[in-house]
Design a protein around this ligand. Structure first.
Ligand code: GRF
Length: 192
């Protein structure tokens, strides 16, 4: 990713499917002077994503795309992103897998946050699996998105201890707290 040279913030879209706590935090970060990005668009595959409320609150344009036909949905999203001059994409709990073709159009410009210490525990249900396997550490990772799920180059990672008292729920809560710090730090790392 090219480094930031001008004063203009990079127009960014955040893709969500759920409660959007990372989105909320990225929006907050984007508003500070030192943020390299501005959040201009929020995209979701479902109108049930609670995080969409943050779009209303912060007056950011939001759009929901029906994923019944993936190809069609992705083409519509690409058109929309082009219209809005979006140059960078942050996935934050987006539950759809982007196609190779889509990723190619934003090559090296899509990042994601994953609730595990990648390359361990790709995919879903990470906390449950980590506890079952008696892991000593859990964590979160911000990485570039490539066609292979949760496998792109790692930008930043944060490790936390799993205690004997942890269950998937408490662990998820602890990790999420770290995610909120890690995502902005990773964005800074990319552009500065
Ligand atoms: C986070 O745990 C993130 O790592 C994963 O999905 C969850 C999204 O949470 N990809 P939220 O919607 O940002 O609160």
């Amino acid at each position: 990713m090219e480094k930031l040279t001008g004063l203009k913030k990079i127009k960014t879209a955040v893709f969500i499917s759920g409660k959007g706590s990372n989105l909320k935090n990225i929006i907050r970060f984007s508003k500070i002077k030192k943020s390299p990005i501005s959040i201009n668009v929020i995209i979701s595959n479902t109108n049930k994503a609670r995080g969409l409320n943050f779009a209303n609150q912060s007056k950011i344009s939001k759009k929901i795309f029906d994923y019944k036909n993936v190809n069609f949905a992705e083409n519509q999203i690409l058109k929309f992103l082009k219209k809005k001059k979006i140059k960078f994409i942050c996935l934050a709990g987006f539950m759809k897998i982007l196609s190779k073709g889509f990723i190619k159009k934003f090559d090296g410009k899509i990042i994601n946050i994953h609730p595990s210490l990648l390359p361990k525990y790709k995919g879903l249900d990470t906390h449950n699996r980590a506890i079952k396997n008696k892991e000593k550490f859990a964590g979160c990772t911000v990485h570039y998105v490539t066609a292979k799920l949760d496998s792109g180059k790692i930008i930043l990672q944060k490790k936390i201890k799993i205690t004997s008292k942890d269950n998937p729920k408490t662990l998820a809560k602890k990790v999420l707290k770290q995610e909120h710090k890690l995502y902005p730090a990773a964005i800074k790392k990319i552009f500065y």
